[in-house]
Design a protein around this ligand. Structure first.
Ligand code: ME8
Length: 696
């Protein structure tokens, strides 16, 4: 019976559209899954979307949709993109599906019935962005993990006795050092758990977008308990059919990004221990893809979409680049220049060139049939290639199994380099000329057969090894080698010398056409057009706080007002779509886009805030715009305590002519919603935005 192998990606939040950060994890898992299938393992690869929680509820409200409509749409986008990229997931779980909900409720009951859940009251800070209870100083204090403002919650909740599992977890990390990979992450987790674990609030009652707690539907299950359970609910845990669960659980690998290590390495094993279920065999955390020096994320507005790269260079180029360029486990920068450079050097000039020159010569000199090497014509150079190839097969397997993709590919490409050198040194074209002339030279022909066989065999080996990484192009090279369907090949049997002589080649075509400079420009333009054409969250009526309005204090984070921001991850505009033409005539009461563009709205961070003496309604603020710190005077003193504003990100009109209020120069205006007869509410953001970002 074949070995089973179960691998999972995180399930992605549907508050953002997919970008290459999400693609990175999914591609890595797809590659691992493909290799295991090729080795003959009974493989199960799970991905999906995380659709509950306050963050999603707010994002859907901001988009003017019901949570279900909203999650249906974005989840479908993830799935469509994975399909378009040919990712071979076996199952796609959605946390709003019935099978998942039933499974989560079954898990809850199991943990409860085992005595690990109790009711209590929680008062403290909650980070909606991370969906995490945090130790933060007080209202609005920044989240210690992500720096975004936290919210105060006061709720009667169900608690999970996490503290009871501290010793078991420490034993797990110590006795099973590979449970968390790489080691740096393991050490972080170990010291976090050694620092002491507190019981965890695992239900919420102040919103309803979640799975009802069994027997107490006023509460919904905490979104991380809900989400983590996907790894077993997708296998049928809690349903009538547990056959997949019995077959594939425990998972061999949970692949995640480094920011969600604590949830996976502390909470998840504790939940499973509490339910009496087996633990996953390992959790691997990779680093972040950075773009322009910071983590690629929707909130920073610095994302790159996978579609753009797939359209211009193909899915295989993206897969190869990500796995070759980024040292798995560490952060890595993405740039279009580096992508095109890598594509040209390793794929067009490297593997592509080896394939086309070898196969073209076999066509020319041996009528398109793989020649037979002859022992009489052997030289040490041929044996050296055969040895290198054998070592490459072994080294590649070791490195790949340690998820050292970059080094594994480097090893395989060292073989490509060695064969290139071998071809140059052995000059098959000269041998060919001698073997074809009026007086064919038999020795040259025999030598030519050996040189071309050796080159083709090395090409076959690299192609087989690279197949999980670049499934499409390697399948083409395989067919060109005359070997049929690469999917039928068992990688476990890969050895030097298996290429059958006399095999008839398929039609030879370039697999990696060279990319010229315009490829970079095209991709950049597509991304620019996408971000320009994106509509972002729909605007709500935004007004500027007029001096003199105000009432009782409201913290900005409790009154989040979405404003119209340019969001490069939204709205799938067609890359080639022409920019919208301004309307010829502007209807009465409307303004042209150019008029709006005159208003320079910027994200600013409050550095200092104090009351203006003798003016009940005014606050003097100093705000950081990224390039300068400005003084503003705002009529919000009756709505906000000055201290509560420090560190908050607000929107200001940056190009307003300065004016004086109570003798103080106000250099710009802060943007608030100003409800009739109510207090002003500062415009702020659902997610973190870099200081200085322009709203447009
Ligand atoms: O955290 N670089 O979902 P999420 C590398 N729903 N990987 C990146 C990345 C980047 N710049 N950006 C995203 C959640 N990722 C939860 C998970 S699991 C039970 C619940 C990848 O949509 C990476 O795998 O924020 C990261 O961990 C994941 O997307 C976060 O996705």
């Amino acid at each position: 019976m074949s070995k089973t192998f179960y691998i999972t990606t995180p399930i992605y939040y549907v508050n953002a559209r997919p970008h290459i950060g999400h693609a990175y994890t999914t591609i890595a898992c797809d590659t691992i899954a493909r290799r295991h299938r090729m080795l003959g393992d009974d493989t199960w690869f799970l991905t999906g979307t995380d659709e509950h929680g306050q963050k999603i509820e707010r994002a859907s409200a901001a988009a003017g949709k019901t949570p279900q409509q909203f999650t249906d749409e974005i989840s479908a986008e993830f799935r469509a993109l994975w399909d378009r990229m040919g990712l071979t997931y076996d199952d796609f779980i959605r946390t709003t599906s019935e099978r998942h909900q039933l499974g989560v409720q079954a898990l809850w009951r199991k943990i409860r019935d085992n005595g690990h859940i109790y009711k209590g009251t929680y008062t403290g800070q909650y980070c909606v962005s991370d969906e995490l209870y945090v130790d933060a100083a007080g209202p609005g204090a920044p989240c210690p993990d992500c720096g975004r403002p936290t919210e105060t919650v006061h709720e009667e909740n169900y608690y999970f006795k996490l503290s009871a599992f501290q010793d078991q977890l420490i034993r797990l990390y110590t006795e099973q050092p590979d449970f968390i990979r790489p080691e740096t992450r393991r050490n972080e987790v170990l010291s976090f758990v050694r620092g002491g674990l507190r019981d965890l609030s695992i239900s919420r009652s102040t919103f309803s977008w979640g799975i009802p707690v069994p027997d107490d539907p006023k509460h919904v299950v905490y979104v991380w308990l809900d989400a983590l359970a996907n790894y077993i609910t997708a296998l049928g845990y809690g349903s009538n059919d547990a056959s997949k669960f019995d077959k594939y659980w425990p998972a061999d690998v949970h692949m995640i990004g480094k920011e969600i290590v604590r949830f996976h390495c502390v909470y998840w094993p504790a939940f499973l221990l509490a339910a009496g279920l087996p633990l996953p065999k390992s959790i691997t955390a990779h680093g972040w893809l950075l773009f322009e020096e910071s983590k690629m994320s929707k909130s920073r507005g610095n994302i790159v979409r996978a579609e753009t790269i797939v359209d211009v260079l193909g899915a295989d180029a993206l897969r190869y680049f990500l796995l070759r360029e980024v040292v798995f486990g560490q952060d890595g920068s993405f740039s279009f220049d580096a992508l095109v450079q890598r594509y040209n050097s390793d794929l067009a000039n490297g593997l592509g060139n080896l394939a086309s020159r070898t196969l073209t010569m076999i066509n020319r000199y041996f009528k398109g049939e793989i020649p037979s090497p002859t022992s009489a014509s052997n030289t040490p150079a041929d044996a050296a290639i055969a040895d290198t190839a054998q070592t490459t097969i072994a080294d590649y397997a070791t490195l790949f199994d340690q998820f050292q993709f970059s080094r594994a590919l480097e090893t395989a490409w060292a073989l490509v380099g060695a064969v290139d050198k071998y071809i140059v040194e052995n000059e098959p074209w000269s041998l060919g000329a001698k073997s074809l002339g009026a007086k064919p030279d038999d020795a040259s022909r025999a030598r030519l057969a050996t040189v071309l066989y050796t080159s083709a065999e090395a090409l076959r080996i690299v192609t087989a090894l690279a197949h999980p990484v670049m499934p499409y192009s390697t399948a083409k090279i395989w067919t060109q080698l005359g070997l049929g369907d690469i999917k039928k090949f068992n990688l476990a049997e890969l050895r030097w010398g298996q290429l059958p002589p006399d095999t008839k080649l398929g039609e030879v075509q370039a697999v990696f056409p060279r990319a010229d400079k315009s490829a970079v420009e095209r991709m950049q333009k597509m991304e620019e057009q996408n971000s320009r054409g994106a509509t972002g969250v729909p605007p709500v009526s935004v007004s500027t706080a007029s001096v003199g309005t105000g009432a009782s204090p409201v913290h900005p984070s409790e009154a989040r007002q979405p404003v119209a921001v340019s969001d490069s991850s939204s709205a799938p505009t067609k890359p080639e779509a022409a920019p919208a033409k301004p309307a010829a005539t502007i209807p009465e009461g409307k303004i042209a886009i150019d008029d709006f563009a005159k208003v320079d709205l910027r994200v600013a961070q409050v550095k200092t805030a104090e009351r203006v003496k003798g003016a009940d309604k005014l606050l003097r603020l100093e705000v950081d715009l990224g390039t300068e710190v400005r003084q503003l005077v705002a009529g919000i003193a009756e709505a906000y305590e000055p201290e509560s504003l420090i560190g908050c990100k607000v929107v200001i009109v940056a190009n307003l002519a300065p004016r004086k209020l109570r003798g103080l120069e106000s250099n710009g205006m802060i943007v608030c919603a100003s409800p009739e007869g109510g207090k002003p509410v500062l415009a702020t953001f659902l997610e973190d935005v870099p200081v200085g970002t322009r709203l447009k």
